[in-house]
Design a protein around this ligand. Structure first.
Ligand code: ADP
Length: 260
């Protein structure tokens, strides 16, 4: 862990890497026969069963399902936080189940941006410093990249404020900037609007939607709020650990018109 933090960075162009992955012709994410079982014997729980899924670069996919249907487990498998107990998970053509511990750490650090319901900002660091913390792990020019990420989510003006002086929506946008500063091909969002009011929720969704439209970020968003599905390119419904339906949305609406 600490040697990773101390590692010197070669000046890699993260945007170019993400763009190359998007042009590769490979799915951004592919799951084949994936299962995740917790426990064993009579107390075993199959959180996911035999899931097949392909997601393409630049797609904005919403995963819907009731509590306990396996949504978070699915994101965790794709994000390298957990390992499938059966099947294969590939990201941009690479089998992530085949990675060792260090490989998985690097994968999570360099290739995946996570956005959660709770923003988890460090309260004693400014917005800029919160983003910079992650930027420093993933390449050179951390301050410039962090300012750029904050500008992309519309927060250039408040970069030097502490989280306590920001609204909930602004804090979530700092969290998105922090995920985005690595230019991750994959952005995994678990109930990102779960603790926001309607208006700030819409702002956050609009930022995520714009990122997918840039073409080299693939956004996977888990929620139990079915209204959000109307703005997706595609909606995947989960039920009892299985994919119950997988539907392309012909004419997604803008986040600004959603009501819940
Ligand atoms: P969702 O995100 O749709 O609410 P989860 O993926 O969190 O669903 O959970 C799916 C199922 O797996 C649930 O029955 C849950 O209780 C079970 N589960 C999730 N994580 C664990 C764990 N670490 N140990 C045991 N069971 C778990």
């Amino acid at each position: 862990m600490f040697d990773l933090l101390r590692r010197r960075h070669a000046p890699v162009d993260l945007t170019a890497t993400a763009e190359a992955a998007a042009r590769s012709g490979l799915p951004a994410v592919a799951l084949k026969g994936c299962g995740r079982r917790y426990g064993s014997g009579t107390v075993a729980v199959d959180a996911l069963r035999n899931v097949d899924l392909e997601v393409w670069p630049g797609e904005f996919v919403v995963f819907l399902g009731p509590s306990g249907s396996g949504k978070t487990t699915l994101l965790n498998l794709i994000g390298g936080i957990e390992q499938a107990t059966s099947g294969i998970v590939t990201v941009a053509g690479a089998d992530i189940a085949g990675l060792d511990e260090r490989g998985r750490t690097l994968y999570r650090r360099d290739r995946v941006g996570f956005v959660f319901q709770f923003f988890n900002l460090v309260p004693t660091l400014t917005a800029l410093e919160n983003v910079q913390l992650l930027a420093e792990l993933t390449g050179p020019d951390a301050e410039a990249r962090s300012r750029d990420a904050l500008a992309r989510v519309g927060l250039a003006e408040v970069a030097d404020r502490f989280p306590g002086a920001l609204s909930g929506g602004q804090q979530q946008r700092v969290a998105i900037a922090r995920a985005l500063v690595k230019e991750p091909p994959l952005l995994l969002c678990d109930e990102p609007t779960g603790s926001l009011d309607l208006e700030t929720g819409r702002q956050v969704l609009s930022v995520l939607r714009d990122l997918a439209r840039e073409g080299h970020h693939t956004v996977l968003l888990v929620t139990h709020n079915s209204v959000i599905a109307h703005m997706a390119d595609r909606v995947v419904r989960l039920h009892s650990g299985r994919i119950a339906s997988d539907e392309k949305i012909g004419a997604p609406v803008e986040a600004e018109v959603l009501e819940w």
